[in-house]
Every structure is written in C-alpha cells, then in structure tokens.
Design a protein around this ligand. Structure first.
Ligand SMILES: Cc1cc2nc3c(=O)[nH]c(=O)nc-3n(C[C@H](O)[C@H](O)[C@H](O)COP(=O)(O)OP(=O)(O)OC[C@H]3O[C@@H](n4cnc5c(N)ncnc54)[C@H](O)[C@@H]3O)c2cc1C
Length: 459
C-alpha cells in the first residue's frame, strides 16, 4: 500500500526541519525521513560539538597563559577528557533533542526513522513502506571522505564522527588534511595536550584562501607547537604495533611520522550513492553532488536538493539559506536565488578567521580595478589589551563602484566583526558607509573605518 503525502523530505540536516515546519504551516501533509541522528552533521558531529570542544581547549590555553596576565594558578593545568566530552555531549544532546522533539510533535508531519531511497520521481521507500508525493526534497548532506590511500585498510583511523567519541587524550594525533576541519581539531588537541602533526598534500594550508592567510594561519598553529608537513604528495599508512606510521613523500624527505592516532580530514562526500537517484532520473556531477539550478530544482520536476548535497555550499548557513530560498520560491512568490548570496564562512581556530566575498586571487582573475586595505592585529588596541595580537585584517573594494568585494579578518573577534562587512554588502551600500560610521572604543570593530580610510590601489 502507498502512503500519500503532499511532500516528502529526506534528511533532517540544517534545512529539512525548517522546511517541514513551513510546509505544514502552509497546510501541507508532509513526511520527513531520518536514518540516523536528528539534526544531522552540524548538530551531532560537526559545528556544535567542535565549537564546544574549541571552547574547552581555549580555556586550557588561557589558563596556561595565566602567569602572563598576573593570574597565578597554583599547580598544573590538567585536562579531564571525560569531562570535556561530557560537556560536549550535553550541548549536543540539547540541540539533538530539540530537533527530535520539534519533528516528532509537529502537526501534519509524519516522521520515519530509517533509510529513505527514491523508487521513482514521486515515490520513496523507507522501512518497507512506500511513500508518494508530488514534491520531494533531498537534504541528505554528506560524510567524511575516506580515499583509497595506500595502507588505509591496515590501520585504524578516525573521522570527524568517531572523534566525537574520544574521551582520552591521544599521545600523538596525526591529521591528514590541512583545511578547516583538520585545523580546528589540530589546535584543539594540541591545547588539550596532545602532540599534533598536520599532513597536507598541497603546498599551503586552507588553499581556497589567499596565500598570506595560509601563511599566517600556519604561523599561529606552529607557534603553539603543531608540526605541519606541507607538500605531502605521496601519503601512505602502515601499522606499527599499536601505532600508525605515515609516510608523506615518495622521494627522500624527512622520515615517516609515527603517531598514536590518525584522523582523516580530507574533504566530504555527498550521501547520494544509496539514495536511488537513478530510479528517479536525478542527475549528479562527477563527484556525486546533485545538480541544481539557481532555485535549487534538480533536473526532475518536483524534486529539489538543499544543503551540502547540492555542492553549492558546505556550511550550516548555506544549507539554511537554501531552505529560505526554496520556501520563498514555493510559498511567497519571491524568486530568491543562490546567486544572490555572498560566499561567507569562518575558520574557528583561535584567533578565528572571518571571510566574505572574493579572495584576492578571484579579484585579480576578474580583471577589476580594486583597492585594498590591510592592518596587522598588533595595531588594534583591543588585541594588545588582551595580548592576542596574531593575525591581520584586509578588505578589498571595487575602485569604480566603491562596493566591498571581499574581506578576510584573521584575529580576535574576526568571526563576529566580519558581519559588519557582510551586512553592508547585502545592503549594496558603498564602503564609505562604514568608513564614516562612529564605532565604539575600545573594540576591534573601531579599526574597520580606519582600515577603510587607508585603501590603496591593488597593484
Ligand atoms: C567537523 C565539522 C565541523 C563543521 N563546522 C562547521 C561550522 O563551524 N560552521 C558551518 O557553517 N558548518 C560547519 N560544518 C558543516 C556543516 O555541518 C554542514 O554544512 C551542515 O550540517 C549542513 O548539512 P546539511 O543540511 O546539508 O545536512 P546534514 O547536516 O549533513 O544532515 C543530513 C542528514 O540526512 C540524513 N540522511 C542522509 N541520507 C539519508 C537517507 N537516505 N535517508 C534518511 N536520512 C538520510 C543523515 O543521517 C543526516 O542526519 C562542519 C562540518 C564538520 C564535519
């Protein structure tokens, strides 16, 4: 027997639950399917737990610096990883329960706990039941990529998900991958007290950003004693008793790195291999991400893909923004589009990086005339007062339109202050609006107008 709905949502990531709420408010009878944990990656094994752990790690770091600030802590600073994990679990549990209860108590919504698979363009199989709807929305997200690296079958490895079960301190954590996820874990575990080595295949960290940011991030991490191996073109693993040996170069180079734990942080793959896309005729790109148009429609009428699975963003805010765009198009007659949004993200090491818009490389490639302003965090009073002067801020402006093209704020508060720029960009206002604004002293934000007053042509 087929159960009929107006809409079926597969996955309860950062977009599906809000869409379910909107659909049911609009009087639709909807179904939502979750095969694992309500709230998906961000809530359970992504943003929320990692940032909770980052907070513990920062406290450990600052406690060790107490003496510098005249704060005397008699005795050693010790980390109780069981308590660190318990605190993290508590924060996650609250969010996970929030989404679970929200879904299970929503009027007009039927929750299915199981694996959903498309059987045609308007039917989905879950737990043996066949569901039918004219509208199907895929919010299935992704998971850690585990590539076929030589020796991978021989060794134990961790991913962002299994890291969440750690309640003891690795003696030496080797992290493969020098991008966002890897670097956040690297600093956090170094601060907890592990020896940490980051092995990156490319010639710099966080390669999507400009080289000056990569270099500054590398300095920040190395200053805390993290070993960073770049240009690891030939990674391989070998078991050594209960340890793991990692080779990084094929040619003659520094010897292999032997550690107690191995974390793979080399990208994400979409959860589309077992979704029945072929049965429905939904097309993907060569990496398995679902192709969508500017309003999130797939090539099959009545099927949309939102969140990480469409490859148009890999963040909680892009997934949620996908929901807003889809809901606006579906219910409000408001033709919002993905291309309306600016790229924006944070790297939550300490100090954090807040990013918006184009990189310098992209600006140069676009051939625009641009202005640039750059300021070291050492110039910022707030940073000096807090003895946290690492990093810099830089902003690019279009020389003809006065619009902000992009910015990178690497320094204390960078992840928050970037929103000043983001909002002006969405307002489509010239940079002079911020330059002439009176900001509060003593903050990091007060230096943004000063920085904008110092723009020079980008040579
Ligand atoms: C370690 C880490 C840290 C991160 N930190 C940040 C951060 O600080 N800021 C930020 O913006 N982003 C961060 N992200 C990214 C962020 O977690 C994702 O972008 C976000 O979760 C959006 O995902 P989503 O909505 O596409 O789906 P997801 O959250 O991935 O959820 C998809 C859900 O679908 C379910 N599912 C999949 N297939 C099926 C199926 N066939 N049937 C039923 N259910 C299915 C899954 O079980 C899952 O619950 C981080 C990610 C990781 C891994």
């Amino acid at each position: 027997m087929t159960e009929k709905f107006d809409a079926i949502i597969i996955g309860t990531g950062q977009a599906g639950p809000s869409l379910a709420a909107r659909m049911t408010q609009e009087g639709m009878k909807a179904a939502i399917i979750e095969r694992k944990l309500f709230g998906g990656t961000c809530v359970n094994v992504g943003c929320i737990p990692t940032k909770t752990l980052v907070a513990s790690a920062r406290l450990a770091y600052m406690a060790r610096r107490g003496e510098e600030f005249g704060v005397v802590i008699d005795g050693d600073i010790n980390i109780d990883m069981k308590k660190v994990k318990a605190r993290k679990d508590g924060v996650v549990e609250r969010s996970n329960q929030g989404v679970t209860n929200w879904m299970k108590n929503m009027d007009n919504l039927t929750v299915f706990e199981g694996h959903g698979r498309l059987e045609s363009a308007n039917t989905v199989r879950v737990n043996g039941a066949l569901l039918e709807a004219g509208k199907i929305v895929l919010n299935v997200g992704g998971r850690a990529r585990v590539p076929d690296i030589p020796g991978i079958g021989e060794v134990d490895y961790l991913t962002n998900s299994s890291m969440m079960e750690m309640d003891s301190l690795p003696e030496h954590l080797i992290i493969i991958g020098g991008s966002y996820i890897g670097l956040e874990f690297a600093q956090m575990y170094r601060r907890f007290g592990s020896r940490v080595t980051v092995v990156e295949m490319g010639d710099r960290l966080i390669a999507r950003d400009d080289p000056d940011i990569s270099d500054a991030v590398k300095d920040i991490l190395e200053n805390e004693g993290i070993d960073i191996r770049l240009n690891a073109t030939c990674v391989g693993f070998e078991k050594r008793g209960d340890q793991v040996a990692v080779t990084a170069d094929c040619g003659p180079g520094p010897e292999e790195i032997v550690g107690s734990h191995l974390l793979l942080a080399i990208g994400r793959v979409p959860n589309t291999d077992d979704l029945g896309l072929q049965a429905a005729g939904v097309e993907t790109d060569e990496r398995g991400f679902i192709n969508v148009d500017d309003q999130l429609a797939t090539n099959v009428a009545g099927i949309w893909a939102i969140g990480d699975v469409n490859g148009k963003g890999a963040f909680t805010h892009t997934s949620y923004n996908d929901y807003e765009i889809l809901a606006a198009n579906m219910f409000d007659g408001d033709p919002r589009r993905i291309s309306d949004r600016f790229t924006a993200y944070g790297l939550f090491i300490d100090p954090p990086l807040g990013r918006v818009g184009m990189t310098e490389r992209e600006i140069r490639q676009s051939g625009r005339k641009a202005l640039v302003g750059k300021m070291m965090m050492e110039r910022v009073g707030r940073a000096r007062e807090r003895s946290e002067t690492q990093g810099f801020m830089k902003i690019y402006v279009d020389a003809e339109t006065d619009r902000i093209l992009g910015a990178a704020l690497l320094g204390i508060g960078g992840d928050e202050i970037i929103h000043t720029l983001i909002d002006v960009m969405y307002a489509d206002a010239p940079y002079t609006v911020i330059q002439r604004a009176m900001h509060i002293h003593p903050t990091v934000s007060e230096l943004i107008p000063t920085l904008l007053a110092s723009l020079e042509p980008l040579e």
